[in-house]
Design a protein around this ligand. Structure first.
Ligand code: ADP
Length: 270
């Protein structure tokens, strides 16, 4: 397991993404091959902790994943949650809001998806889009999106107070890594389906997105719902970091198997 404390953003920190090395792999001694073996051990630990969370059924875990396009949200989910009981894990993906969603406040569609007791809920994109794409693409005026940091802090505080652990991951890739990943999607026929011309227009807005992420991370990393900036250029290392964060968080949640009914010692199944 990797010491992930250096990737956690303490509350009140002004985040500068240029200071976070997307290539970092210093937390693990060994390369990709050893890293993949280590991941399968961490997968088993996560599966065991999730079994306890499910059996206990008294608290939920919300894992928010955000990244720039090609940042690796989907493959992180696939690799980190390999081996967990699918019954207790759900993914919610947030795309362009529907008409009905737009006719409500922006947290309406999000709150409905938060985890019930016993569940892990993974948010593939989230309410943070409402201070990211909405800001960068000017879908709402500044006076609207700038108020949302406070709403979000308070919303997450409420979730935490009511028994949901909130964990937020920003998968940090470099601009050059994004270029490479987009190019791979063009070069490799089985990746063509992932290529979207609109991603090129978003790439033009790279600097704007970086500023929007920096402000979101700075404004909303709290003790009760911390952000982690995960170095994500190397996929194997990213998976180890995310798995380690999950394990550390779930160990703190410390879910327990419920106490067995009294008097089971004398029961014999005939
Ligand atoms: P992904 O890129 O996560 O694999 P999609 O290709 O379906 O998934 O993209 C989802 C799109 O929805 C993204 O372009 C994202 O910016 C957009 N989106 C998500 N939430 C909002 C929102 N609140 N307002 C506007 N656009 C949003």
């Amino acid at each position: 397991m990797i010491d992930v404390s250096e990737y956690r953003i303490p509350a009140g920190t002004k985040v500068v993404l240029a200071d976070h090395d997307a290539d970092d792999k210093t937390g693990f001694e060994g390369g990709k091959k050893k890293g993949k073996k280590a991941l399968s051990r961490l997968n088993k630990q996560i599966a065991e902790l999730q079994r306890r969370l499910w059996a206990e059924s008294r608290q939920g875990l919300l894992v928010v994943i955000q990244a720039i396009d090609t940042g690796g949200k989907d493959s992180t989910i696939r690799k980190v949650f390999t081996g967990v009981n699918p019954q207790g894990v759900r993914v919610a993906s947030f795309g362009v809001p529907s008409e009905i969603e737009l006719s409500h406040d922006y947290l309406w569609r999000v709150h409905k998806e938060t985890p019930p007791d016993g569940y892990i809920k993974i948010f593939n994109r989230s309410h943070y889009e409402d201070v990211l794409v909405v800001r960068v693409k000017r879908l709402a005026p500044e006076e609207t999106w700038s108020r949302r940091y406070q709403h979000i802090r308070e919303f997450e505080r409420m979730l935490a107070d009511e028994g949901t652990t909130v964990l937020k991951l920003f998968l940090n890739i470099s601009k050059d890594e994004q270029r490479q990943r987009l190019q791979d999607r063009l070069n490799e026929p089985d990746k063509h389906w992932k290529f979207n011309k609109a991603d090129l227009a978003d790439r033009e807005l790279w600097d704007h997105y970086q500023r929007a992420f920096e402000d979101a991370l700075s404004e909303t990393s709290t003790d009760y719902a911390p952000w982690y900036v995960v170095p994500a250029n190397r996929k194997w290392y990213r998976n180890l970091v995310v798995s380690s964060i999950l394990i550390e968080t779930m160990e703190k949640m410390d879910p327990q198997y419920p106490k067995p009914e009294e008097g089971l010692d004398d029961v014999v199944v005939t």
